[in-house]
Write a protein that binds this ligand. Structure first.
Ligand code: ZN
Length: 123
C-alpha cells in the first residue's frame, strides 16, 4: 500500500496538514492571502510551428485550490494560460500553422478525459 503524501500549508490559525495529490509538482501561493495556495501539475505547452520558429500558443496544467474562496471551489480544474506574439505568414505558411495548431489542440480533448477521470468521472 502506498502511503498518502501530505504537505503543510499556511492558514490564519497556523500550519495545516493537507493531502498532496499524486499529480502535484509545484504550488501557487500568495504571501498576502493564504487562500491562494493551490496544487499545480506539470505544465503542458501547445507549441505551434511558425515561419519564424516555434511559438507557445498556450500553457495548461491541472490545478486544485486548497481553500475555497468567493467564486472559487476546491474542485480540480485544468487551467489554461494564453500567450501572445506575432509572426508574418504567406498563404502556404498560414496553412502550415493551421495544421500545426489543429494537431496540438486535439490534445486538449485528451486532457479533458484525464481531468474527468481524476475528478472521479470517466468515459
Ligand atoms: Zn501540492
Amino acid at each position: 500500500m502506498t502511503e498518502r503524501r501530505t504537505i503543510i500549508v499556511p492558514s490564519p490559525h497556523g500550519p495545516v496538514t493537507v493531502s498532496e495529490p499524486d499529480w502535484c509538482v509545484t504550488h501557487g501561493q500568495d504571501a498576502l492571502d493564504y487562500r491562494a495556495f493551490t496544487h499545480r501539475g506539470a505544465d503542458f505547452n501547445i507549441n505551434i510551428k511558425t515561419p519564424t520558429g516555434s511559438r507557445t500558443l498556450l500553457t495548461g496544467r491541472l490545478e486544485q485550490p486548497v481553500w475555497p474562496t468567493t467564486g472559487r471551489t476546491t474542485d480540480m480544474i485544468y487551467s489554461l494560460d494564453f500567450a501572445y506574439g506575432d509572426t508574418a505568414c504567406d498563404p502556404e505558411q498560414l496553412r502550415a500553422v493551421y495544421r500545426s495548431a489543429a494537431g496540438q489542440l486535439r490534445q486538449l480533448l485528451d486532457r479533458a478525459d484525464q481531468l474527468e477521470v481524476l475528478r472521479g468521472g470517466g468515459r
